[in-house]
Design a protein around this ligand. Structure first.
Ligand SMILES: Nc1ncnc2c1ncn2[C@@H]1O[C@H](COP(=O)(O)OP(=O)(O)OP(=O)(O)O)[C@@H](O)[C@H]1O
Ligand SMILES: [Mg+2]
Ligand SMILES: [Zn+2]
Length: 508
C-alpha cells in the first residue's frame, strides 16, 4: 500500500485492533482508548483478517477474493487485506461534485494533514442513498472487486486510483449529510434532497483537479488554477449500437442527444452540436471534418478562451489518446448484440454498459510550454466505472433504444413542424461522412402537446416509400430552440422539399 507524505502505521496499533476484532467487541475500529488516542491525530491501516463480525459474509467474500487460492493468506489469516481507516475527528473539506450515485469531498485528518497516493491528494467518495427503494444498493466492496478484476485489466494505468477506506465510526457521513442539507438550495435540482448512505466503507480517489489555488474560469469549467485546468467528459458509446438501424445517420450518443433535445426542449441547454463530442471522433486516427470541429465540444466555449489555439492542439492529442481505442475495443467485445437483443443474465453486456458510462478526466496546461514539443495533456485518467445491474436496468436501456428508433432519432434527415423543415442540430461522424446514405430522406414530424402532458413517440407512417416518424412534444418551445440556430442550417432544396412533402394526415 502506498503511503505518501504520511508515516506508515505502526504495527502495534493495527494488531491491537485485530485483537479487538478477534474478541468480538462491537466496534473494532475505535473501541480501545489507546487506539482512540492514536486515531485522533493520524490515519492508520487496519488489516482485515477474515473473521470481523461487522463485515457481512457477502462483503467478506468479495474482500477475500484477492487472497483466494488455498483460502489462507501467508500469515494464516483468511483475508489479510489492509485498508486505511478514517479516524474520528476528520474534517470535511470542500464539496467537489456529486452524481446520481456518489458524492465526492475533500477532507483532512484531525491534525490538518491529507492522505496522498503518489504525491496526489486523495478525495473521499461515498455512496448516495438510492432514491427509489427498489434500486440495488451501491456496494463499494463489490465495486472495488469489479474495478480490480474487470476494469483495470482493460485500461491498466489509465484507470483513476481508487482504494477502499474504512469510514466506520468516523462521523464523516453525518458531516457530509449536514453539508448537503445545509446547501440543498445550491445543488442541481435533480440532486436536491438526496443524501449519502450510512456505511462502513468509502473510496479514496485520486484528486484530478489541478494542484494549486482554484481560480474562476468559465461556467462550464469547474476546476482551474492559474496554470492548468481540468477537462471532464463521458466518452460514452465509442462505436455504433449493434441494435441501431443499419441506415442510421447518427451514432447512439448523437441520437440520444437529439432525443433529449426534442423531448425536453430547453433554450438554456446547449445544442447537441456544442454539448459533447460525437464519440466516434474519439481514439480514431483517420482525419475527417468532424474531428477538426470536435475540439470545442470537449471544451465548450473553446473559441472564446485565452490561448485557444494551444488548448485546441492539446485537445486534439487528448482525443487521439490510445486509451479510447482500448475502451472502444472492450465495449465492442462485450456487447455484440445491443440493448434490444441483450440478455438480463449477460455479465459482459453489463460490463459494456459500465464502460460506456465512465468519465474521462484530463488535466491540461492553459499555456504552451516551449520545452515540450507537442501539446500533451498533463494527466489523463478514467474513473466512475460503476457496476450496472442488467436485471434492474435492461428494460430501461431497451426502452431508450426502441424510442430512439421509433422517433427517427437515429435516421431522420429532417425535423418538420408547422410548415417548416429543420436540420436536426447534431454533427455526428456518420451524418457528416462522405458516404451518405442512399434512398429517400426521412422526416420526424413534430406535434405539439399541452404543457401538462408527457412527451411521447407516435407510430411511424410510410408514404410512397418515405418514412415519417411522429413525435409529440412541447413543439412551441422546441421551435424556439430550432429557430435559434436555423441560419446555420440551410433548408431543403426545392427538389428535396418536393420529395419530402408531408401530408397533413400524418399519423400522431
Ligand atoms: N477523482 C476526482 N477528481 C476530481 N473530481 C472528481 C473526481 N471524482 C469525481 N469528481 C467530481 O464529482 C462528480 C461526481 O462524482 P462521481 O462521478 O463519482 O458520481 P456519480 O454519482 O458516479 O456520477 P454519475 O451519475 O455521472 O455516474 C464528478 O462529475 C466530478 O465532477
Ligand atoms: Mg457513476
Ligand atoms: Zn455521433
Amino acid at each position: 500500500m502506498a503511503w505518501e507524505k504520511s508515516p506508515p502505521p505502526p504495527k502495534p496499533a493495527s494488531s491491537a485492533l485485530n485483537a479487538a476484532a478477534r474478541d468480538g467487541r462491537r466496534s473494532p475500529i475505535s473501541s480501545s482508548s489507546a487506539d482512540q488516542r492514536y486515531l485522533s491525530s493520524k490515519c492508520f491501516a487496519y488489516a482485515v483478517r477474515g473473521n470481523e463480525p461487522w463485515i457481512s459474509c457477502q462483503d467478506m467474500d468479495n474482500l477475500k477474493h484477492v487472497t483466494a487460492g488455498n483460502g489462507l493468506a501467508k500469515n494464516g489469516d483468511l483475508c489479510d487485506r489492509r485498508f486505511k481507516v478514517l479516524p474520528k475527528g476528520c474534517k470535511l473539506g470542500k464539496f467537489v461534485g456529486e452524481g446520481a450515485a456518489n458524492a465526492v469531498f475533500e477532507f483532512h485528518l484531525p491534525d490538518g494533514t491529507h492522505l496522498y497516493h503518489q504525491n496526489t491528494r486523495l478525495l473521499l467518495r461515498v455512496a448516495k442513498k438510492p432514491v427509489q427503494d427498489d434500486r440495488p444498493k451501491f456496494n463499494y466492496i463489490e465495486q472495488e472487486r469489479y474495478y480490480r478484476t474487470r476494469i483495470r485489466p482493460i485500461l491498466g494505468p489509465h484507470v483513476l486510483h481508487q482504494e477502499l477506506v474504512i469510514i466506520r465510526d468516523s462521523g464523516i457521513i453525518g458531516a457530509i449529510n449536514g453539508y448537503l442539507t445545509r446547501n440543498d438550495k445550491k445543488r442541481k435540482p435533480k440532486f436536491m434532497g438526496t443524501t449519502v448512505d450510512q456505511s462502513d466503507w468509502g473510496f479514496l480517489v485520486e484528486d484530478m483537479r489541478p494542484d494549486g489555488e482554484q481560480v474562476p474560469y468559465t461556467p462550464s469549467i469547474h476546476h482551474a488554477t492559474e496554470n492548468d485546468l481540468l477537462v471532464e467528459f463521458k466518452p460514452k458509446w465509442l462505436s455504433q449500437s449493434p441494435s441501431a438501424p443499419k441506415n442510421a445517420i447518427r451514432c447512439r450518443q448523437c441520437a440520444k442527444e437529439l432525443y433529449s433535445y426534442v423531448m425536453e426542449p430547453d433554450l438554456e441547454k446547449p445544442t447537441p452540436t456544442m454539448a459533447k463530442p460525437c464519440p466516434l471522433t474519439l481514439g480514431r486516427d483517420d482525419g475527417n471534418r468532424v474531428r477538426t470541429e470536435s475540439a470545442h465540444r470537449l471544451l465548450p466555449l473553446l473559441d472564446t478562451l485565452e490561448n485557444s489555439e494551444h488548448l485546441s492542439a492539446t485537445l486534439d492529442v487528448l482525443r487521439d489518446e490510445a486509451a479510447f481505442k482500448q475502451l472502444r475495443s472492450a465495449q465492442e467485445e462485450n456487447d455484440r448484440v445491443g440493448p434490444l437483443n441483450a440478455d438480463k443474465s449477460d455479465a459482459n453486456f453489463s460490463l459494456a454498459m459500465t464502460l460506456r458510462d465512465c468519465t474521462c478526466f484530463a488535466q491540461i496546461s492553459r499555456r504552451a510550454n516551449p520545452s515540450r514539443k507537442s501539446a500533451q495533456p498533463l494527466k489523463i485518467r478514467f474513473g466512475d466505472f460503476d457496476m450496472k445491474s442488467p436485471s434492474f436496468r435492461l428494460d430501461y436501456w431497451r426502452g431508450v433504444e426502441e424510442e430512439l428508433i421509433r422517433g427517427g432519432f437515429y435516421t431522420a434527415d429532417w425535423l418538420y413542424y408547422a410548415g417548416s423543415y429543420y436540420r436536426p442540430p447534431t454533427k455526428c461522424v456518420l451524418e457528416l461522412s462522405n458516404t451518405r446514405r442512399q434512398g429517400l430522406p426521412e422526416v420526424t414530424h413534430i406535434h405539439d402537446i399541452r404543457a401538462d402532458t408527457k412527451p411521447t413517440i407516435g407510430s411511424t407512417a410510410v408514404y410512397q416509400g418515405q418514412k415519417i416518424y411522429n413525435v409529440n412534444t412541447d413543439a412551441v418551445k422546441l421551435q424556439k430552440c430550432l429557430e435559434a440556430h436555423k441560419t446555420a442550417a440551410p433548408g431543403p432544396t426545392a427538389d428535396e422539399e418536393k420529395r419530402l412533402k408531408i401530408r397533413s394526415s400524418g399519423v400522431k
